[in-house]
Design a protein. Structure first.
Length: 404
């Protein structure tokens, strides 16, 4: 299904309460401040200090230095009740920004090219609003400001340090500003939403020699080339056609000149899939293919296969709650996109393995303003109108899950 983007007037009429509309200028200021000082995973010291200072000003309970630079804010409602967690990531990417804007990155070679500055601003405003309106919900909201989503992964260390306990979290939600959807849309689905992420590096050891005397060699380039081609058969012939999966070789290095057969070749790639049942099959087939082709040529290999993040799998009931809320905020069923899966990965998956929850996309692209570059592009930016919509979505999810 392709969603029909809402018109600018429809976006302006989106059901955002006056108190949250009044926070828009602060949201933009916070986001732009964070954008100017991007920091990589587990080094988000300035970002964490900014978050901590705001929480202190507002008198919100907080735990700092969780898994290094993480912060957990706790906001309590009018009475005891369920515990809902909201997760926002804080880290940036090692990218040199090309945008010519007043809030351009001041840290050369580092950039918020994925919207995490916006996520942090939305989570801050949500914490502020809830702290000012505790009578609108019962129970507890834990807002998790997470480091290192882009790598090496901050969710698992935060879980290990107990962020889902004391009090025990009953459900969790999170959003991702998404330039693959236009402003005024929300992408939410139940079940698998984002893929598991795995990486592999393989060195093929052959026997080098003269390009004119190949019978004296074991050509590592020929061996590696056959491996690259054969790996595609995993998805084509080993994976159920009803399951989505990707095996991509993104790097191939071998040889230095015209007339020398290379003794070694190196290939690197990534594997993506939704179905957890493929977690054992695909790495097994990758190594079987590499081993078989190497053996047939008399070559040897070294394989390093690494699992990064499991698939993001949304709970059906929490996804239904988010969907029902989204339909009231964008005020049009056409603005809610159910077919929003992507082979991109996210370590929100670790939280969703522990408690039921939902991760969803908030459309943030505005092509008319030139704000439609893809994520991780050096000119990535988004329509900041989405910030207030994100706060409204979070607040309504809290009010519905923790209803008075």
């Amino acid at each position: 299904m392709v969603s029909t983007p809402l018109s600018p007037d429809a976006v302006a009429r989106a059901s955002i309460r006056p108190e949250i509309r009044a926070l828009q200028s602060d949201l933009v200021a916070w986001r732009r401040r964070l954008h100017q000082y991007p920091e990589l995973g587990f080094r988000e010291h300035l970002t964490a200090a900014f978050v901590r200072q705001r929480l202190e000003e507002w008198g919100i309970d907080r735990e700092t230095e969780v898994a290094g630079t993480g912060i957990v804010a706790t906001v309590r409602g009018a009475a005891p009740g369920p515990v809902l967690a909201i997760r926002a990531d804080m880290d940036a990417l090692p990218i040199l920004e090309e945008n010519e804007v007043s809030y351009r990155s001041k840290h050369d070679g580092k950039m918020h090219a994925c919207g995490h500055d916006g996520h942090t601003a939305i989570a801050l405003a949500t914490a502020y609003y809830l702290s000012q309106h505790p009578h609108t919900f019962q129970g507890t909201v834990k807002i998790i400001f997470q480091p290192a989503e882009e790598g090496p992964g901050g969710a698992a260390p935060m879980i290990a340090e107990g962020v889902l306990q004391n009090p025990k979290v009953d459900a969790i939600i999170g959003l991702h500003l998404w330039n693959n959807l236009p402003l005024g849309t929300v992408g939410v689905c139940s079940g698998p939403m984002m893929a598991a992420v795995e990486l592999f590096d393989c060195e093929i050891q052959g026997k080098g020699g003269h390009g004119a005397i190949p019978q004296q060699t074991i050509d590592s380039i020929v061996v590696a080339s056959q491996i690259v081609t054969a790996l595609q058969a995993i998805v084509a012939r080993n994976v159920n056609p009803l399951d989505a999966a990707v095996v991509t070789v993104g790097s191939f290095h071998a040889g230095r000149t015209h007339n020398v057969i290379a003794d070694t070749a190196e290939i690197s790639g990534t594997v993506r899939y939704f179905n957890p049942e493929l977690a054992a099959l695909i790495p097994q087939r990758v190594e079987q293919i590499i081993a078989g082709i190497c053996q047939s040529h008399g070559a040897s290999y070294k394989l390093d296969y690494r699992k990064l993040y499991p698939a993001v799998i949304n709970d059906g009931a929490i996804a239904a709650l988010v969907r029902s809320v989204a339909e009231t905020v964008v005020d049009s069923p056409a603005g809610v996109v159910p077919d929003c899966q992507t082979m991109g990965g996210e370590d929100m998956s670790y939280f969703l393995q522990q408690v039921p929850g939902c991760y969803f996309f908030l459309g943030s692209a505005n092509a008319a303003l030139g704000l439609a570059y893809p994520h991780h592009h050096p000119r990535f930016d988004f329509d900041e109108t989405a910030l207030g919509m994100g706060v409204e979505l979070f607040v309504r999810c809290v009010e519905k899950f923790c209803s008075v």
